[in-house]
Design a protein around this ligand. Structure first.
Ligand SMILES: [Mg+2]
Length: 180
């Protein structure tokens, strides 16, 4: 079995402070994200994106447009790393087994790709990400506001680069250290 890191997308890989990402050109990676993902891959983790995209149910974007956004994400990471899979939940209000805080997307990926969840991590910027990661049996990393349930809080990391809104490199360094 392989270990993995499941990354939430918005607010973790890309900046969504000002707006939702409904078009490819609106996807702007935080500084250091390609380098962080490359480091994680080289440390032996499979990489996944696990993202709620309720804008699909709401009619703000289509499956086709989301595919284009994720094509851009992969293009921006070319030469650094490849995600094993990018998975999303299109639901917003309707009852959903995939929309976080439900762990459905993580469990589906683990089953499909033979992932060892107890040695894997969920990284997210919302409490729903932490709830989903814990429900799936993973370790968790919280970006932004502190969540006492998380194993690592990004804002608490001593090696965090203060000029960055989110320092995913510091997060991956901490995950690797905890996993040794
Ligand atoms: Mg998010």
């Amino acid at each position: 079995m392989k270990k993995a890191i499941f990354f939430d997308r918005d607010g973790v890989l890309n900046d969504n402070i000002n707006r939702h990402v409904n078009k490819p050109e609106e996807l702007i990676l935080y500084d250091g994200v390609p380098e962080a993902l490359k480091m994680a891959k080289e440390a032996g983790f499979e990489l996944f994106v696990v993202t709620n995209q309720g804008g699909i149910e709401l009619g703000h974007l289509s499956h086709e447009m989301l595919k284009k956004i994720h094509d851009r994400l992969e293009a921006l990471l070319e030469g650094y790393c490849k995600f094993k899979e990018i998975i999303y939940c299109p639901d917003f209000k309707k009852p959903s087994e995939c929309r976080k805080p439900a762990p459905g997307m993580i469990l589906e990926l683990a089953e499909k790709h033979n992932i060892d969840l107890i040695n894997s991590w969920m990284v997210g910027d919302r409490d729903t990400d932490i709830t989903a990661g814990k429900a799936a049996g993973c370790f968790t990393v919280k970006i932004g506001d502190i969540d006492s349930r998380a194993d690592i809080n990004e804002l608490d990391l001593p090696n965090r680069r203060r000029e960055r809104k989110v320092d995913l490199e510091a997060v991956v360094e901490a995950i690797i250290e905890e996993s040794e």
